[in-house]
Write a protein that binds this ligand. Structure first.
Ligand code: ADP
Ligand code: GN1
Ligand code: MG
Length: 351
């Protein structure tokens, strides 16, 4: 903890530090809650192996948050260092945000209305990004949601099998391999121009949005690390993969894990309602597929990371990534049977 106490001293915070403790359930950065005699802050050790271009990353975050704040939209507030920088550079890099008080994050959907509200907020966020001049944004991780590439990365991890773990997950491996030809619709559409390239959030899970603790309406979209060009299908799909499930992303008992079409409907009402003036016919048709695609992609990323020895996602026990991959594949297997029903829901909202 020493490093965090040292780091926070370098920022323009108010009050004396009373405590620093681990906070949240993010898989990428190390997040701490800092309490001072005056207020609370979020202090993050940034993941510089995943995001090596820290300057570009923080420039993106500052320009998006400044745009949102200038429009009166609640967003992250970056607390500068004492030398006026947006983050602290060193062997490790740190950044600080004001803690947005009176909010909660959910690790899974407990209430349909919360999920509908989050859909509306992510849809509105998409609209804000559409009006913002994105020409200065850095593409922070190239081909982040290029699912065929993610499949190839998974295959590479499988072929290397550095931890000799492939024998412990043959069923999951077979599940992914059997679907290898189903992953290219969005990258192909972006390439041939039939799907518009938009600026998107790219990591729209429910714990990346702060909900008002009293009203359950959405307050602020957070985790802005991956804002870059992408497809609306990624944002919609990633929310569904995480939220339209009856269990957590890392539930061990697969009997508890189901795709819940009522939750899909609630989210779609919020999201599609918010983007109905800009969504194209093809995007609307592909929203259900986007949910399947993002769920498969995430499952393959978890499984690939398990095979590689857990070098990417933070894990709490050795099979954690495998457990996560299993929930994703269970959800995808249920989604692929219900694409028509999902499509009917989307079109009934657009009518
Ligand atoms: P990661 O990239 O590791 O997911 P996040 O930026 O999403 O990191 O932060 C992890 C968690 O910390 C979030 O899910 C949320 O619960 C909490 N959090 C982050 N920033 C704030 C903030 N400004 N105010 C309140 N909670 C926050
Ligand atoms: C990571 O940062 P976090 O925990 O919100 C990951 C997402 C995955 C998600 C799976 C930069 O999101 O892409 O979908 O885990 N973020 C990055 O839960 O890789
Ligand atoms: Mg996060």
């Amino acid at each position: 903890m020493e490093q965090y106490y040292k780091a926070i001293e370098q920022f323009q915070i108010v009050g004396d530090v009373l405590s620093i403790e681990p906070y949240g359930e993010g898989h990428i950065n190390v997040t701490m809650l800092v309490t001072t005699t005056e207020k609370r802050y979020i202090l993050q050790k940034m993941n510089t192996s995943i995001f090596p271009d820290s300057d570009g990353l923080m420039r993106n975050i500052c320009s998006v948050t400044e745009h949102l704040a200038s429009r009166g939209i609640e967003t992250l507030t970056v607390v500068k260092t004492k030398s006026g920088d947006s983050y602290l550079k060193g062997d490790a890099c740190f950044r600080v945000y004001d803690f947005i008080e009176g909010t909660v994050t959910y690790q899974r959907v407990e209430d349909k209305d919360v999920f509908r509200n989050s859909g509306k907020a992510f849809g509105e966020f998409q609209n804000y990004l559409a009006e913002f001049d994105a020409s200065g944004l850095t593409e922070i991780i190239a081909r982040f949601h290029d699912t065929p590439k993610r499949f190839n990365d998974f295959k590479t991890a499988l072929d290397a099998d550095v931890k000799d773990r492939a024998k412990t997950c043959e069923e999951e491996i077979a599940f992914a391999l059997a679907r290898k030809d189903t992953f290219s619709k969005v990258v192909d559409g972006l390439k041939d121009g039939s799907i518009p390239l938009r600026v998107t959030h790219n990591d729209t899970k429910l714990n990346n949005i702060l909900m008002d603790a009293h009203t359950n309406s959405a307050r602020a979209v957070i985790d802005l690390d991956t804002i870059m060009p992408g497809s609306m299908l990624y944002d919609f799909g990633d929310s569904i993969r995480f939220g339209a499930s009856t269990a957590s992303e890392d539930e061990k008992d697969l009997n508890k894990v189901h795709f819940d079409i009522q939750l899909f409907k609630a989210y779609a009402e919020g999201y599609v309602g918010a983007v109905k003036d800009s969504i194209t016919q093809k995007e609307a048709e592909l929203l259900p597929y986007g949910a399947y695609l993002m769920t498969m992609e995430c499952g393959m990323r978890f499984l690939g990371d398990y095979l590689s020895g857990d070098t990417y996602f933070a894990t709490k026990y050795p099979e954690h990534n495998l457990v996560r991959a299993r929930t994703q594949f269970k959800l995808a297997s249920e989604m692929e049977k219900r694409l028509d029903e999902m499509q009917a829901i989307v079109f009934s909202i657009l009518k």
